[in-house]
Design a protein around this ligand. Structure first.
Ligand SMILES: Cc1cc2nc3c(=O)[nH]c(=O)nc-3n(C[C@H](O)[C@H](O)[C@H](O)COP(=O)(O)O)c2cc1C
Length: 332
C-alpha cells in the first residue's frame, strides 16, 4: 500500500501532517508524533509581534484604521508573556531537526513586509525543511479595499521568499471576495503551497465583567466542508501544493482531502483531543479503507473528486445551492 504524497516538493511517507499547535512545543512531543507515523510536523508560529513589537512597520499596519493606537496595541501580549524569544524559537527548530528525521516546517505569523521577515532566513539556517507563512489580518478600516489587502498578502509572501530558498506555504483565511484569484496571485508570486483555511477565533463577551474575551473552541469535522470545497475547486488550477486544515478528524476525512486534490491533511484539534497515538489509528483506518475499496496508492485517489474530475462540476457552485435547499426534508 503506497500512502506517499508530495508536498511543496517534499516526498512524504503519508499525508498526515500535524499542523501548527502546542504539540510541537517540546522535542519529546514531536518525537512522539514521528513515532506515531506523522509524515512531517509544522512547528507552532513565531509571531511578528514577538519579533518586532517596536518596529515602525508593524505599528503602521496595526494603527491603520484604529483611532487609538495605544489601545490597539494593549491587546498584544507583552514580550515576556510569549513562551519563547525569537532566538529560542530558532534554537527550538534546530533541536527538533536534530531529534527527528521527518521534515520540520517552521511557521511565521504576521502581516507586514517589515524587518521581521528576515527571521525566515534564521528558520532556514536552523535546518527547517520548509516554512509556513500564516497571514492573519482582520481589516477593520473601511477605506482599505479588498485589492489593497490582497496586495499586502502577496507582498508579504514575496518579502519572505526573497530571504529563503526553502519552500514557503501560505496559510490563508477563507474571507476573500475572489478566493480563486487570490490563490492564483499567490501561486504566481511563488507560493509553494496554500494551506486552506486558517481558523479565525471569534472573541466572546463576558457579561459579568463586560469584557471582550478570547475563546478557543476546538474544531469539529463539519468545518472541513469549506476548505474541502476550495481544495476541490483549486486542484489542477494552480501549481502550488494544497494542504487542508480545519476539521480533519477521521481517516475518511483524510481520504476526502486526497480525493478533493489535497496533498496533505493537517490536524490539530483531533490530536490535541486524542493524543499522539491517534495518528497510528488514522493511518490504519486509511489502509483499511483503501484495501476495501481497492486503491493501491494515494496517487490513485488524488483529485478524483475535484471540480475538474467530477461529472457535475456545478456541485461546487451556485447551482448546487438551490438543490441543497430543496433537498431539505422538514421534520416538523
Ligand atoms: C491551541 C492551538 C494553537 C494553535 N497555534 C497555531 C500557531 O501557532 N500557528 C498557526 O498557524 N496555527 C495555529 N493553530 C491552528 C491550527 O494549526 C489549525 O490550523 C486549526 O486548529 C484548524 O485545524 P483543526 O481543525 O485540525 O484544529 C493552533 C490551533 C490550536 C487549537
Amino acid at each position: 500500500m503506497d500512502l506517499s504524497t508530495t508536498y511543496m516538493g517534499m516526498k512524504l511517507k503519508n499525508p498526515i501532517v500535524p499542523s501548527a499547535s502546542p504539540l510541537s512545543e517540546t522535542v519529546d512531543s514531536v518525537k512522539k508524533l514521528e513515532d506515531a507515523g506523522a509524515a512531517a510536523v509544522i512547528c507552532y508560529s513565531l509571531f511578528e509581534e514577538q519579533i518586532s513589537h517596536e518596529s515602525g512597520e508593524l505599528d503602521h499596519y496595526l494603527s491603520y484604521g484604529t483611532e487609538a493606537y495605544a489601545e490597539a496595541t494593549s491587546y498584544f501580549p507583552e514580550p515576556e508573556e510569549f513562551k519563547l524569544t525569537p532566538y529560542e524559537y530558532i534554537d527550538h527548530i534546530a533541536n527538533l531537526k536534530k531529534a527527528v528525521s521527518i521534515p520540520i516546517i517552521g511557521s511565521l505569523n504576521g502581516v507586514s513586509t517589515g524587518g521581521w521577515v528576515k527571521y525566515a532566513k534564521n528558520i532556514e539556517d536552523a535546518g527547517a525543511d520548509g516554512l509556513e507563512l500564516n497571514i492573519y489580518y482582520i481589516p477593520t478600516n473601511p477605506n482599505l479595499t479588498g485589492s489593497e489587502i490582497e496586495t499586502m498578502y502577496v507582498d508579504t509572501l514575496k518579502a519572505v521568499k526573497e530571504n529563503v530558498k526553502i519552500p514557503v506555504a501560505v496559510k490563508l483565511s477563507p474571507y476573500f471576495t475572489s478566493m480563486a484569484n487570490v490563490a492564483r496571485r499567490l501561486d504566481k508570486a511563488g507560493a509553494d503551497a496554500l494551506v486552506l483555511f486558517n481558523r479565525f477565533y471569534q472573541p466572546d463577551f463576558d457579561l459579568e465583567k463586560l469584557e471582550v474575551v478570547p475563546n478557543l473552541i476546538l474544531s469539529n469535522n463539519f468545518e472541513m466542508r469549506l476548505p474541502l470545497r476550495w481544495v476541490s475547486i483549486l486542484y489542477g488550477n494552480i501549481n502550488a501544493s494544497l494542504a487542508l486544515t480545519s476539521g480533519v478528524h477521521s481517516s475518511e476525512d483524510i481520504i476526502k482531502v486526497m480525493m478533493a486534490g489535497g496533498d496533505v491533511a493537517q490536524l490539530a484539534s483531533e490530536l490535541l483531543l486524542k493524543g499522539h497515538g491517534r495518528i497510528t489509528e488514522l493511518l490504519n483506518g486509511i489502509e483499511e479503507w483503501m484495501t476495501e475499496n481497492e486503491y493501491d496508492s494515494i496517487d490513485m485517489m488524488k483529485g478524483s473528486m475535484s471540480q475538474k474530475k467530477v461529472g457535475e462540476p456545478a456541485a461546487f457552485e451556485r447551482a448546487n445551492y438551490m438543490k441543497t435547499l430543496q433537498s431539505f426534508k422538514t421534520l416538523l
